[in-house]
Design a protein around this ligand. Sequence first.
Ligand code: HEC
Length: 154
Amino acid sequence: MYSTHSLAGPLVLTLLGACGGASPGGEAPGAATPTAQDATFVAQADRGAGLYGAHCASCHGPTGGGKGDAPRLVGLKEGALPLAPPAGAKARKGTFVTVGDVATFAVENMPPAAPRSLPAADYLAILAFDLRANGIVLEQPLDLAAAAKLTIPR
Ligand code: HEC
């Protein structure tokens, strides 16, 4: 079982035994795993920072603090990524229990004008950046199997 009670402690994830869930965007299952350029979590999060800046920051703010209708994505203590949809949410209907829930929402809804427009590996990289910005550092690059098992610390 995982223990994700500590934001500071590195989370050790078992990346074996991916359970073959459908990958977003109808892509080949292989696309749901990090690419060679995301060989480490740090490299993945660094790449994700650039992607976040290009595709997400205009609405969610340069450091993920939120802006206007776009909720904050960084700052769990300040209420980022709440379990239930924020008041007034239009697109979001479901709860965010795991990082996988956030990934699924982002792939299916973000950016609002072009959902599913990025490769799966890019959504994962953006999520890795967002995790790190929230103080969560993984020992392996983020993939969908790991995201589904990683409970957002509350
Ligand atoms: C054009 C503005 C815009 C862009 C660009 C954008 N978002 Fe959003 N995002 C929103 C809005 C508005 C919401 C609230 C959706 C709703 O009504 O539920 C949202 C919600 C979210 C949420 C859910 C937050 C919560 O607490 O409910 C996530 C996660 C998210 N966006 C990730 C991303 C990512 C990742 C990108 C870049 C790939 C991105 N967004 C790009 C406007 C934007």
